[in-house]
Design a binder for this molecule. Structure first.
Ligand SMILES: *[C@@H]1O[C@H](CO)[C@@H](O)[C@H](O)[C@H]1NC(C)=O
Ligand SMILES: *[C@@H]1O[C@H](CO)[C@@H](O)[C@H](O)[C@H]1NC(C)=O
Ligand SMILES: *[C@@H]1O[C@H](CO)[C@@H](O)[C@H](O)[C@H]1NC(C)=O
Ligand SMILES: *[C@@H]1O[C@H](CO)[C@@H](O)[C@H](O)[C@H]1NC(C)=O
Length: 181
């Protein structure tokens, strides 16, 4: 009897957490980059890791949420001064053979042709995209900008090796400081 009650309590706790408030998370790039665990930022509607280049007009330190258990990644600005009327949603360009930057659109903006803003998810803290009945995919690339340590994030719909681009994974796991080891 006691065992049964406690498992009900555990079950109730799980259900509660599943329907709880939107949880904010940040994404960090891991891979053969100059340094690992580079944070993802918003720059003029595109995704960068390691910071944003100085030439972007709007650079925003973002967190992401998956709204109400949905499959969209919605950006939340780490500032109260954001001019966003609605929070931008991340998209990937699934056009066959394309390796285009990952972007963000507002509700009032149309997605580029071939792009998808649904199908995002986290698998054990690893960001993925899943298109309809396809498998989950983690085809993230980082391409160096002309500023040290700052990379533009792209989606490799081509699935082939792209020169100058570094395959990365995007994870919610923040980098561990060396001192903490
Ligand atoms: C971005 O925001 C987080 C808190 O949400 C903070 O810890 C981090 O230092 C900020 N990064 C930059 C570069 O401002
Ligand atoms: C934004 O980032 C700063 C550090 O850069 C942090 O102190 C602050 O708590 C963050 N605010 C939010 C709303 O995340
Ligand atoms: C969407 O709304 C924002 C803010 O209201 C505005 O700045 C932007 O120009 C709009 N975009 C389009 C494509 O209408
Ligand atoms: C870096 O790249 C941006 C975007 O392509 C360009 O506008 C800028 O002039 C470049 N800066 C240098 C120093 O080459």
């Amino acid at each position: 009897m006691f065992g049964k009650l406690s498992s009900i309590a555990v079950l109730a706790a799980c259900v509660t957490s599943a329907v709880s408030e939107e949880t904010e998370f940040k994404l960090f790039a891991y891979g053969k980059l100059a340094s690992s665990g580079l944070q993802l930022f918003y720059g003029d509607g595109q995704a960068y890791v390691g910071g944003t280049p100085s030439y972007v007009k709007e650079s925003v330190n973002i967190s992401l949420v998956m709204a109400d258990g949905g499959d969209k990644f919605v950006a939340k600005a780490n500032t109260t001064a954001s001019a966003w009327s609605t929070d931008p949603t991340m998209y990937v360009d699934l056009t066959e053979g394309a390796t285009n930057p990952i972007g963000f659109t507002q509700d009032n903006e149309t997605l580029p042709s071939g792009a998808s803003s649904v199908g995002f998810g986290l698998y054990g803290g690893w960001a993925f995209h899943k298109n309809d009945d396809a498998d989950i995919e983690m085809k993230f690339l980082a391409t160096p900008t002309n500023e040290t340590g700052v990379y533009l994030v792209k989606w490799n719909a081509a699935s082939t090796k792209v020169s100058d681009a570094i395959p990365i994974s995007l994870r919610t796991q923040a980098p561990v400081a060396l001192d903490d080891k």
